[in-house]
Design a protein. Structure first.
Length: 662
């Protein structure tokens, strides 16, 4: 889930040693311990993964087979074992006498705080699970979740897991069309939503978006829509399809026997952008995914029993699945869940929350860090030094590479130079972290995600699969399967193979889709950028084809091409080159049409996809054979002088026209 980086590349002599105090209670206290785990995995791969699976999870039926490779790359893990994800996340902690421990410290957009113990969480999950069963949901059925960042969101996910239903969470900022596409692809039978969501002091519609999505057609599979009253807004309810959540849950028992499923039973489908335009429904299994969510929590965050963990990601993204809905709960941790945004009511919100909740582990995105640096520079009262952040012991970065300058600010101003920063590389498809420093062990290099987690065989190869020397760029690959890997693309086996296991690399090597290099002295990994047409905006992956398709669907647009450019705030910004079905607009008219197109993309895909730059031209730079020369568009987007060969360009004069951004 990392993509292009900004800022100066880090140098080898910038290594920052982890604080010695962390080593005392750490699972990986030093590099010798790290290398010992890597050696164990290398010597006895199956024994290594089997040990971790047994140590991290409770199995109803113990597995006897660790890895099934007969139909590679459709790998299967712990196939004959049976378990339940919800039981592992909740019941086992209650059975161990920790039912009174706080599982969730929820802070609403308006600052209200709600504490939920593991015992209370179990009751909530059981009521929701019973409600779904009473509405006819059975093991293997798909449930669409379109909820705010909330207790109810986590409860809904856990309730699906409890009865063996497969959930598919859609980020609350996505459009009706995006929701419609996902309902059709999954053939979901139930949607769980809310009347509205609260973000930044505003109430934003959710139920009306669901209605619009269903009314677009193709959603005949939907039998029920469960509606949580988040804001109390009056919304149309279509009986008997629509059901009020509160009334439904009141009628349910607060106990529910878990459905014990095979380890390979799908836990969820989560859609991620694809370079071919249509989103990919990434499928994750129950056993392998949950094991790695649990183990990576313990290794990467050095999780201790009294930690207060806060991952700021929304449950609509994979980070919110692995390090909010599943990993922390499987570990029995106390975590903060936050409904709002980091800049409301002002840009000190994160620091105030760390202070008030006594947060010890803070995991957020470089985009948020960069925006808060800017706010702190503009107003000293919003600076983290104005708040008591002494509870912090570990910081984390996720979603995209963190540029060295932001890393250094984060380390000094937030962590007081005493907190290691775990710089994590992973993807929706990998299920959990793949490359990251271990907080008590690994010397840190600002801007580098350092080394793979034990058991992860990351490498850098050329286009034919041959290894490249350290210091040279190449393709980031994973050479051996791992338990939390995606199990496929929902309903599209061919796309899974083509996207992740290309024949050029032998058909059994996972292609991450990122370019990378390794430093000569340390062997540390540096992620250099996407090798496909995927943009990473604020840690959110967006397909260029999706945005282009949305633009061309507007009545005014004849043709569009989308590229990314570096952006100090969002990491990467969407830059759209547009050819209209009319003469080239100028002045106020051009600004008006550009804004109209931005809003159109926001409605078609979601606000995160709105182009930051729109450039109008009479045509696009194409070769004489009609192929768009995207390398030229990328240079234009970055404001670079065109020094490349343009001898094959059909109309060189168009380049000057496309330099003007709106």
């Amino acid at each position: 889930m990392n993509d292009s980086t900004t800022g100066t590349s880090p140098q080898e002599n910038q290594l920052v040693n982890p604080p010695a105090a962390l080593a005392a209670n750490s699972a990986i206290p030093n590099m010798a311990a790290y290398h010992a785990l890597c050696d164990e995995a290398s010597r006895d791969e199956l024994g290594f993964w089997a040990r971790l699976a047994r140590e991290n999870l409770v199995w109803k039926t113990p597995f006897t087979q660790v890895l099934d490779e007969w139909n590679a790359p459709f790998y299967r893990w712990f196939t004959d074992g049976r378990l339940n994800a919800s039981f592992n996340c909740i019941d086992r902690h209650i059975n161990a006498g920790n039912g009174a421990k706080v599982a969730i410290r929820f802070e609403a957009d308006n600052g209200d705080v709600t504490l939920v113990t593991y015992q209370t969480l179990l009751q909530k999950v059981c009521r929701m699970a019973n409600a779904l069963r009473n509405l006819g949901v059975r093991r293997g059925d798909r449930v669409m979740i379109y909820l705010p960042m909330s207790i109810e969101g986590v409860v809904a996910m856990q309730a699906c897991a409890r009865i063996g239903a497969i959930h598919s969470v859609v980020f609350g900022g996505f459009s009706a069309k995006s929701l419609n596409e996902r309902i059709i692809d999954t053939q979901a039978s139930v949607v769980i939503t809310a009347d509205e969501q609260a973000r930044g002091g505003k109430n934003l519609a959710l139920k009306s978006v669901v209605d619009e999505a269903i009314n677009m057609g193709g959603c005949e599979s939907i039998r029920h829509v469960i509606v949580n009253s988040r804001s109390g807004a009056k919304v149309p309810m279509q009986e008997p399809r629509d059901v009020a959540m509160e009334a439904l849950l009141e009628r349910q028992a607060d106990t529910c026997e878990p459905e014990w499923v095979d380890a390979e039973h799908p836990l969820f489908i989560l859609y991620t952008s694809g370079s071919t335009g249509t989103p990919k429904g990434v499928v994750h299994s129950t056993g392998g995914y949950l094991m790695w969510a649990t183990q990576s929590m313990r290794w990467t965050f050095d999780l201790q029993p009294d930690d207060v963990f806060w991952c700021t990601a929304d449950i609509g993204w994979i980070t919110g699945h692995t390090y909010v809905a599943y990993g922390p709960l499987s570990c029995g941790a106390t975590q903060i869940i936050f409904e709002g945004i980091p800049t409301y009511p002002d840009a000190s919100r994160f620091w105030k929350m760390i202070e008030s909740h006594r947060c010890t582990i803070f995991y957020t995105a470089p985009t948020a860090i960069r925006s808060l640096i800017k706010s702190s520079d503009m107003n000293e009262e919003l600076h983290p030094k104005k708040f008591d952040l002494s509870s912090l012991r570990i910081l984390g970065s996720v979603g995209e590479p963190i540029n060295p300058n932001a890393w250094l600010w984060y380390h000094k101003e937030v962590g007081g130079e005493r907190c290691p920063i775990v710089d994590t590389f992973w993807q929706t498809e990998t299920g959990g972290q793949m490359i990251s420093n271990m907080p008590a062990a690994t010397p840190m290099l600002p801007g580098s995600c350092t080394l793979p987690l034990p058991g992860i065989t990351a490498a850098i190869v050329d286009e034919s699969g041959e290894p490249v020397e350290h210091g040279q760029g190449g393709l980031l690959v994973i050479k051996r399967p791992w338990p939390s890997m995606l199990r496929g693309i929902w309903g599209n086996a061919g796309r899974y193979i083509g996207a992740y296991y290309p024949e050029e690399l032998g058909g059994k090597t996972y292609l991450a889709g990122d370019g990378a290099m390794r430093y000569s002295d340390t062997g540390y990994f540096q992620i250099m950028g996407r090798i496909d047409d995927i943009l990473n905006v604020s840690g959110h992956r967006l397909g260029t084809m999706e945005i282009e398709s949305a633009l061309v669907s507007h009545d005014l647009v004849a043709e569009a091409a989308v590229v990314g450019r570096p952006d100090d705030l969002t990491g990467e910004a969407v830059c759209a080159f547009v050819v209209l079905k009319r003469e080239l607009p100028v002045g106020e008219e051009a600004l008006k049409i550009a804004q109209e197109l931005r809003n159109w993309v926001g409605r078609e895909i979601g606000p995160i996809a709105k182009p930051k730059d729109i450039r109008f031209g009479d045509n696009l730079p194409k070769t004489r054979s009609g192929k768009i020369m995207r390398r030229l568009l990328r240079s234009l987007a970055k404001g670079e002088e065109i020094t490349q060969d343009i001898s094959t360009l059909e109309n060189p004069a168009i380049l000057d026209q496309l330099k003007q951004a709106l």
